[in-house]
Design a protein around this ligand. Structure first.
Ligand SMILES: Cc1ncc(COP(=O)(O)O)c(C=O)c1O
Length: 372
């Protein structure tokens, strides 16, 4: 096969680097690509430490453990979240406490948040669903005043910023996914950002069965996991990191193209981020004002417009049967927000023509929807 012909331009260098790595594998002692990736991630995001791991879920698990969250602790987490945000809280033996959102859906309802702090609360985990954020500065202050650790689930928030600072760099640890579909991707993978050397050292030890312990500890004196990122995936991540600004720019352009095509039409409202928020455009977001909006999203998924509710069956986390033991009181705003939000799944592979086609389908389906 003529690789030069079939590989996209931006990926040619990555393909060459992968080929060169393959010539050296198997090499169980190699780790050079992961190390390089970590150096580049720390520089790109402007933090002291980056630790590459096998997935965003692994990043959250490592970060929670590194922040000392364990059995008997409670972690405040938005109901506007995904299963993968919440599962790691349960993995470390802690209890997720679901908090409702504010009227924008992107931030905590601070009355609900404050009322759910108990003597067992150990941490607050913010989740930047669809790359949107509340006010991480306010949350930093909230956590500091109460002596809580602050962990960020920035798995969808690569490139989003608040008041000029990248999401995932505000808390004790920021957790990212590199899974396909994320703006920065490597097939599978993840990483943790932190300015705290102890958090980073713990994550490094935890990701590889405590074989490389923090200074002063003996190897394998504690249990960890195999959460290492494979070298070939680090090569792919590095290739994409080199064009990170372009990838974020492309996603933003796709989101604004789609929303510009339907803005102002009855039944569709485009959420407007607050001025400090520089959104990465992770998914074109459209608030649906119509009867049975979940069924509308499901219908769109069935006819080729992939979206969070219709394709991935997204529901507010407090609504999931799986988490019923942790949901003493429902979070009604979170339910209304997720059920009525059409978040369209796009990737750099989607052309402008695809996006225009999605807008056409949306219009057709809206006009035909009973009750609109
Ligand atoms: C908000 C959020 N948190 C956590 C995760 C988990 O990441 P991963 O799939 O890489 O484990 C994802 C990705 O699916 C996500 O979107």
């Amino acid at each position: 096969m003529d690789l030069d012909r079939v590989i996209d331009d931006p990926l040619r260098e990555t393909a060459a680097a992968l080929a060169s790595l393959l010539m050296r594998l198997p090499d169980p002692d190699t780790g050079a690509q992961v190390e390089q990736l970590e150096t580049e991630l720390a520089a790109t995001f402007g933090v002291r430490h980056a630790v590459a791991v096998a997935s965003g879920t692994a990043a959250l698990h490592c970060a929670l453990a590194a922040c000392g969250v364990g059995a008997g602790d409670e972690v405040l987490v938005p109901a506007v979240s995904v299963v993968m945000s919440v599962a790691p809280i349960v993995f470390v033996g802690a209890k997720p406490v679901f908090v409702d959102c504010d009227e924008t859906g992107a931030d905590f309802n601070y009355v609900d948040l404050g009322s759910k702090v108990t003597s067992r609360t150990r941490a607050v985990l913010s989740v930047y669903l669809w790359g949107r954020s509340g006010d991480p500065q306010r949350l930093t202050a909230f956590a500091a005043e109460r002596g809580l650790r602050f962990i960020e689930d920035a798995c969808q928030a690569h490139g989003s910023r608040f008041a000029g600072r990248g999401l995932g760099t505000f808390g004790d640890a920021g957790c990212f996914s590199l899974r396909d579909g994320k703006i920065l991707w490597s097939g599978e993978g993840g990483f943790i950002l932190s300015n705290d050397a102890a958090v980073a050292a713990y994550c490094r030890a935890y990701r590889t069965h405590w074989q490389m312990p923090p200074a002063g500890e003996r190897p394998m004196s504690r249990l960890g996991h195999n959460y290492r990122l494979a070298e070939p995936l680090a090569v792919i991540a590095r290739g994409n990191l080199a064009r990170f600004d372009e990838l974020v720019g492309r996603r933003r352009q796709q989101s604004s193209l789609l929303t510009s095509l339907i803005m102002g039409l009855p039944g569709f409202t485009i959420p407007i981020p607050r001025p400090e928020e520089e959104w990465n455009g992770y998914a074109p977001l459209i608030q649906l004002d119509m009867p049975d909006s979940r069924a509308f999203s499901e219908r769109l998924a069935a006819i080729g417009v992939p979206n969070s509710v219709g394709t991935f069956r997204l529901v507010a986390s407090d609504q999931r049967l799986l988490f019923a033991p942790y949901s003493p009181s429902p979070c009604p705003r979170a339910k209304a927000y997720i059920d009525s939000m059409l978040a369209i799944v796009v990737s750099e592979r989607n052309s402008d023509h695809d996006i225009e086609r999605y807008a056409e389908i949306l219009l057709q389906e809206m006009n035909a929807w009973p009750g609109t």
